[in-house]
Design a protein around this ligand. Structure first.
Ligand SMILES: [Zn+2]
Length: 371
């Protein structure tokens, strides 16, 4: 799964004389015919434009990439990113739930900026599961979860040892435990803070024993404890899928609040005529003019329309020739996917709204404009 720590490691891979090929490709399953053609065109350009000496080094990578995409049997997600270097026996693929800007780059360094942008533009959550002697940290991003690390403080004495070899009086024993739990929580807080900093995470969800969670909250600096946006219940040893299922509704709750605010901002801006549009036709016009700052659309929103074979202009209305270049128009039944891809290519942000009645009634798609 995509995370900053791994991207940093990839960025450091550069070594004298070795080349990397980085591929970014929109692979929405319903546009397979299109993306295969795009890939072939991009590869053709690389073959034509790259220096012969360099080409010798990356030819194997290019062949591998082509074979990987064209022979793929399972369904891709929306965006595919692959960084490969045959010379260094390196291959890393990311299957992303969001579209990417198509690109292929052969260079001495891996091209990771689009992946860093995705980390910046789509919220990440730190999930902390903690009790008095252990803790587990997870990273959740774009509908995926990954276990990031754990903390075990082995020398927390267990209650069962009370009166046994430990032979401390009850009161002193409690103090002794408190001391060890305190050390453990301190350790957890430190790990959590460095995790948040390394991945630049703004939101935390906590679970585990209530006592331990309360202690973590107490010990976190205020600026960090403010990032705790929700809680869940799970056993310390729960497997990662169970944790995912428990955390998902918490995140949906947080996101639906944020999404409501976005939709309300959008509709207010449209109402006041302030650099915002709503409805597919106005969105497509703004797209054609390169004005979209942030595209806002309902998840699974679909529509049909027309695409210019020449300049790729999109239209909801049936027109026989493109108003921009007089090219022929072709019917497409995945108009929204194409619009989202085009927006990404222009450097727009994309905000997908899971469910929102007002947004649906307003037309399902809208945008904040740059000007
Ligand atoms: Zn056209």
């Amino acid at each position: 799964m995509l995370n900053r720590k791994e991207l940093k490691e990839i960025a450091m891979l550069q070594a004298a004389g070795s080349y990397f090929v980085s591929l970014y490709l929109n692979v929405s399953p319903n546009t397979k015919g299109d993306y295969v053609i795009h890939l072939k065109n991009m590869l053709k350009n690389v073959l034509e434009e790259t220096d012969k000496k360099i080409l010798k080094k990356v030819k194997g990578d290019i062949e591998k990439l082509e074979a990987f995409v064209t022979s793929n049997k399972r369904e891709f997600k929306k965006g595919l990113a692959i960084i490969t270097s045959s010379e260094k026996s390196f291959w890393k693929e990311y299957h992303l739930a969001v579209p990417v800007k198509n690109a292929i780059i052969a260079d001495k360094t891996p091209y990771i900026e689009p992946l860093l942008d995705i980390l910046d533009n789509y919220k990440q959550y730190a999930v902390l599961l903690v009790d008095k002697e252990s803790a587990r940290l997870f990273l959740m991003h774009l509908g995926e979860i990954e276990e990031y690390g754990e903390v075990h403080t082995h020398d927390v004495p267990g209650k069962h040892k009370r009166g046994g070899w430990f032979s401390l009086s009850g009161h002193r024993f409690e103090r002794h435990i408190d001391y060890h739990v305190g050390l453990h929580i301190k350790d957890v807080v430190k790990k959590l803070e460095s995790f948040l900093a390394a991945e630049r995470i703004e939101m935390i969800i906590t679970g585990g024993s209530d006592d331990a969670v309360a202690k973590v909250r107490e010990m976190l600096p205020r600026a960090v404890s403010k990032k705790i946006v929700g809680a869940f219940h799970a056993e310390m040893f729960a497997n990662v899928n169970d944790i995912f299922e428990k955390v998902k509704p918490v995140i949906s709750g947080v996101e639906s609040m944020a999404e409501k605010a976005v939709v309300s901002d959008l509709l207010t801006a449209v109402g006041k005529g302030q650099n915002a549009v709503i409805g597919i036709e106005d969105v497509l016009n703004a797209l054609q003019e390169g004005k979209i700052l942030k595209l806002v659309l309902l998840k699974n929103f679909k529509d049909e329309g027309y695409e210019c074979r020449n300049c790729r202009n999109l239209s909801k209305q049936k027109v026989s020739v493109c108003p921009y270049c007089k090219g022929g128009m072709e019917e497409v039944n995945y108009l929204i996917d194409l619009a989202a891809q085009r927006a990404v290519e222009q450097g727009s942000q994309i905000e997908v709204i899971a469910e929102n009645k007002e947004m649906l009634e307003a037309g399902g798609i809208g945008a904040f404009l740059r000007f």
